[in-house]
Ligand binder design. Structure first.
Ligand code: LMR
Length: 398
């Protein structure tokens, strides 16, 4: 029956994790997948989430199916988290938020919706982008193109080239943008650059689709929602898939959402209905535990304050690791420019290491990066950063 099917080459990120798990060397360091580890190398369980779980258990209750669009309290909290509680788009009823199976679920629901309702639109993603973006949109039957983004020469952004390309796109093209903490490069638009981009999106009648998987890991929870709020202020219709995998350390709970900000409440009502139908066709409805956790952590003042502090601690540890790696590399290879570790934001940095150099790091030093050269800074610690710098310096010096 299935002898004819093609073998799956494996996912470029999960394959590295599997190789890391199979590595018996005790000094191994995992800087591959986008997971935050604490200073002791553990995947943290956030106290705010633990306390929310205690309260959920104490409250008891059955586990009915959620509606297709998810839990109402969770959806309301997410809308406010993204836009700010007082944003007029919420009061005007022109915002739709559905709870999804991680932000990946949100991206996929959005992609299927767009293929149905804008069947001629292609999507444009940054060069480079998260490996799975292409697979997801192509899986929905949408053609995927790229706009210029990362500047290998500077470790920064090709903003003028990006704008020039976007100015050439047909109306209703979908433009996938990372709202903060760009995956894989860590290179973000500044607020001024978002403000320069918005008129182009408007004039060309493009549809921005924000991916916000790392809210709070760049400059702050509100600061990292700048793009969402700026687009909503500008009155543009746009999509935003967001995740609590990283910010609440809830990877396996698959907590995410898809928000669509529309131009009117009537349009939002139509979108809400068709998103619900899209969910019904894909997985019927999302999980109830994920919804209760997010709703409690965001909705109960004491838990919200705990969580805000926990996110700040994770963000500050990542920033400290950026500085530590930068300083250790400069000390070992003076004259080389490693300032990109300081200017790039969030969990990831693009090291510029070639696939061959990444393979040497793995084989000779048990240090695991993605083949593209992407490093997950959140896997560094005071205990391993010196060793990682030593390994990188030896690979770079040859
Ligand atoms: C990553 O980029 O490493 C994360 O977003 C995890 C994933 O699913 O790829």
């Amino acid at each position: 029956m299935f002898e004819h099917i093609q073998p799956y080459a494996g996912d470029p990120i999960f394959a590295v994790v599997n190789a890391f798990m199979a590595d018996a060397r005790p000094q191994k360091v995992n800087l591959s997948i986008g997971i935050y580890f604490d200073e002791e190398g553990r995947l943290p369980v956030l106290p705010s989430v633990q306390e929310a779980e205690k309260r959920i258990l104490a409250a008891g209750g059955a586990k009915p199916y959620l509606p297709m669009e998810g839990d109402a309290a969770c959806r309301a909290e997410v809308g406010q988290l993204l836009l700010g509680a007082a944003h007029p788009a919420l009061a005007d009823g022109r915002t739709v938020t559905i709870q999804t199976v991680g932000s990946s679920g949100g991206l996929k629901v959005g992609a299927d919706f767009l293929k149905t309702w804008l069947p001629d639109s292609a999507v444009w993603v940054s060069d480079p982008t998260w490996d799975n973006h292409r697979s997801m949109f192509e899986g929905s039957g949408i053609t995927v193109n790229r706009y210029p983004y990362y500047d290998a020469a500077t470790g920064g952004l090709r903003f003028d080239d990006m704008l020039a390309t976007l100015r050439t796109l047909p109306a209703r093209s979908i433009v996938l943008l990372h709202a903060c903490c760009h995956n894989p490069t860590g290179v973000d638009l500044t607020p001024a650059q978002w403000q320069a981009l918005i008129p182009v999106l408007k004039e060309r009648e493009l549809l921005p689709y924000l991916d916000l998987a790392y809210q709070g890991f760049g400059d702050g929870i509100d600061e990292d929602a700048y793009a969402v709020r700026a687009l909503a202020d500008a009155g543009i219709t746009f999509f935003c898939a967001n995740s609590f995998s990283k910010s609440m350390s809830l990877y396996g709970e698959r907590c995410g959402a898809l928000t669509v900000v529309c131009t009117s409440a009537a349009e939002a009502g139509l979108v809400r209905g068709q998103l619900a139908y899209t969910v019904r066709r894909l997985y019927s409805s999302p999980g109830i535990h994920a919804a209760k956790l997010v709703a409690r952590v965001l909705g109960e003042a004491d838990l919200r304050a705990m969580w805000t502090a926990e996110v700040a601690e994770m963000r500050e540890r990542i920033a400290a690791m950026r500085r530590a790696l930068h300083d250790a590399l400069v000390a070992r290879l003076p004259g080389r420019d490693f300032s990109y570790f300081l200017t790039q934001r969030g969990m990831f940095s693009y090291t510029g290491l070639s696939a061959a150099q990444v393979a040497r790091l793995r084989d000779e030093h048990a240090v695991y990066l993605i083949a593209s050269g992407r490093m997950c800074i959140a896997g560094l610690s005071q205990a391993n950063v010196g060793r990682v710098a030593e390994a990188m310096a030896s690979v770079l010096a040859d």
